[in-house]
Design a protein. Sequence first.
Lengths: 356, 295
Amino acid sequence: VIYRETGIFHAGYREDMRIFPLSLDRAGMALLLVALFVGVPLVASEYWLKGLLIPVLCYSLAALGLNLLTGYTGLLSLGHSALMAVGAYAAVIAYGRYGLSMLVAFALAGTMAAGVGFLVGVPSLRIKGFYLAVSTLAVQFIIEWVMTHVSWISGGVHATINVPPLRLLGMELDTAVEKYELCLVVVVGMTLFAKNLVRTKIGRAWMAIRDRDVAAEIMGISLFKYKLMAFMVSSFYAGVAGALLAFAFYQAANIEEFTLASSIRILGMVLIGGLGSILGSFLGAAFVVLLPILIANGLHVAAGLSGGLVRTDVVANMELVVFGGLILFFLIVEPLGLARLWKTFKDYLRLWPFPY
Amino acid sequence: MPDLLFAIELTISGLLNGVMYALVALGFVLIYKASGVFNFAQGAMTLFAALALVGILARVGLGLAIVFAIGVMVAFAFAMERVVLRPLVGRPPLSIFMATIGVSFVLEGVAQSIWGAEPKGLNLGISARPIEIGGVYIGRVELYSAAAAAALVAALIWFFQRTTIGLGLRAVSDDHEAALSVGISLRRVWAITWTIAGLVAVAAGIAWGTRLGVHFAVVLIAFKALPVIIIGGIESIPGAILAGLVVGATENLAEGFIGPAVGGGVKDFFPYLIALLFLLVRPYGLFGREIIERV
């Protein structure tokens, strides 16, 4: 009864077109942002920030990018972590080797990835579905090979480049809190952009293509333009996410972190979180990043009760089974993912505490 | 002419490799033909079958172990139909494709929890001494598995073209609803298809397991099979075989001649490069059907 649309009247287009039409939603979002920017750094420990929150934020951004491509435009990509690798290496080379400013490095990471994404997108004009999936898979393998074998990029045998201490606009970013804030600023900004983008003509064109591409083309939507745009925007997000991961989390650009397995993990985040939902990208990323920790802790507790020890391979196998099982569960039972569950909860809240 | 001999040897070992790729690719093609589903889990199924076989081989004879592995794959096929495919009837093919990604994770996890992740050898008692023909060495294992693959392919082609069930499978791949309306049971057809794909997985598992041992890398072979089906055309059994041979031979030649110049590892992506070319020029592959789309 408290959370409802009744009694809220929009007197102009501006009010009607707001992202959050309900004042309660706006207040909630403001509260969440204050909590994230101010509250979390005050209470969270170093481990929480470094081990959980920073990777969740980075992967959220990557999942958001993939969601723009798969969830909004209906194009599947199995090579997204390779695009993250492009961003990571571009940023680290620009920042570390050539001493460019970090802002330039981020922009370069996104642009380079978008450029590669453009090339990846070109075949999508003729092929679709799993044919496209295979061509993105090809991109994954080719980029991995290039990264490890071109020594100018990889800087040596292990294809790892370390990141020098971070400084941005004269400030040193060396504590976990500062790195967390950096991630948060980038992620919040780019999320806002994405949220608005899908409400514009471009976003609507993407959704039309997803729902029926031939029909969309007949209605005058240029498939060439919008599909390529989707690939480029999505790759831009992936590139920035890769750069963030390299700067704030790994402190190195390492191809080992951007393999096919991680591409599929990102796809899993999108599927579990909810196709075609901005919120879903965040829920899915948080869920998938936290899942191994939950499973390991759960098994340790169970083992502690029975007095045994947990072998690491058991944890790894459990992770595979649970991850696969969850993908299946959401595909079969709730194709719109965690985001849909959240929406169901909000609908329930409208009537609470009355049955109808 | 040492170079020519080298090329011939590379080509032959590549062709024999290609037979193996074709064997895995066959699993994909079969499922696609009979249900329009692109099965990402074929590699995981191969691993599962191979691990089941090796796991039981410690206790019983080879014949019984193969029967056991086939039994496991049949049980898997029925479970797959009941648990995953039946609820997904009528969903877009992309959803089912993503479901098979989920299935492949579950299979890998379950297989390694039961039988362990450490590599295991699979010894069928075939001599490791290669046969020499005119100065070129050919491995026995490869030769036998090529023969087995040929027999399997012949049997499958006969099954698809000459039996009532095979006809039913082809009908389902053309149009689910039309097939249902003439009285073909979709459930039975799917269970049968996945059973056949399971059999192919057992065969591929034995062939690869004998050569390289049974461990996680078996899953990766599936990624070699993907370009094969793109090149051959996704609904063509002869296409899979021909493309498998082409991929096997060309990647070996590329590794042998280009590899040393660029630091190796060409094999990992070369098939995909060919597949990309095909996707740009001839997206339906060598023998695939060109699909004309209507709204």
